[in-house]
Design a protein around this ligand. Sequence first.
Ligand code: PML
Length: 268
Amino acid sequence: MPELFSVRMRASRGGIHISGAERIVPEGGIEAVTASLLNRAMTHENGAPGEIKITVESLAGREILILRPLRVINFPPSPLMGEGEMASHAAAVSELERAGVSGKAAKSALEAILAGASPAGGNMRGAMLVDAATGERLEPDRERGIRARAVDWAEEAEGYVSNAERELKCATLHFREALALATKAANAPGAVAELCISDDPRYTTGYASSRAFGYCRIASMKEAGRGFGGRAFFVRREGFDIDEYIGYMRGTPVLVNGPVEILRADNK
Ligand code: PML
C-alpha cells in the first residue's frame, strides 16, 4: 500500500465549531483533497469561518485497518413512515433494541439528542458514549463527547460508494461519510450500536447501526429546519476499557472497502 496521509479540516468562528471533515489519501491526492476541504469550509451553510485549520499527517508506520462497509437497510418514506418523526423514532429504537440496547438506554439517548445533549443544552461536538444496558452516559466530557476520526473510503471503493449513492439518490456527502464512520464505530472494542440524527438543519435522514444488523437508514428523523442533532455510541460495559475505545475511535486509521449491499427494510 502506498504511504497514506490523513488530511483534516476544522472550521470555526469565535471558538464555535462550524464544520469539519477528514480524508485519508495517498500523497498524490493531498493537494486536491485540501482544496476541496477548504472549499467546503468556506461555503458551509452554518456560516463563514473566522479560522480554518488544515492538518496533513503521514500515517506511515501506522497499521491501517481495512473494513467492509456495513450493509445498508433503507427505510424508505412509506405510508407508515410518512406519519413522521414518531414512526421513524420507533423504528430507530426497535433496531437499537434488536442489536442489544435496552429500550430505556435507546429512548433516553434519543431524547438527549432531541433536547441538546451538551451541558448547555446545545449539540455536543462529538458523540455521547452510552452504557447499552442502563443508559448511563460514560463520555468523560459532555461538551466534547467522543470523536470518531481517521476513517475514509479506500480509493478503490469509489465505484462501490458512488453506485450506492446513485441507488439511494444521495445528492450530498452525508451518506458516504456517515456509512464509513458507522462502519468504524460498529467495529470498536465493546461496541453494541449507534444512533445518529444529523445536526445539519436541512438533512432529516438518520440511522441506527450495528455490526449485527447493519446501517438502518431512516427517513424523517427530525423536522426540516431544526438544528439539533448528534450521535450516541452504545457500548457493552463488561470488560469495557474506555482508553482502548477512545484510542481506537480517534487513533486507529480505518479504510472502508467493498461493495455496499442495500436492502429495503420491508424486504430484509
Ligand atoms: C444517511 O443519509 O444515510 C444519514 C446520514 C447522517 C449524516 C449525519 C451527519 O450529518 O453527520
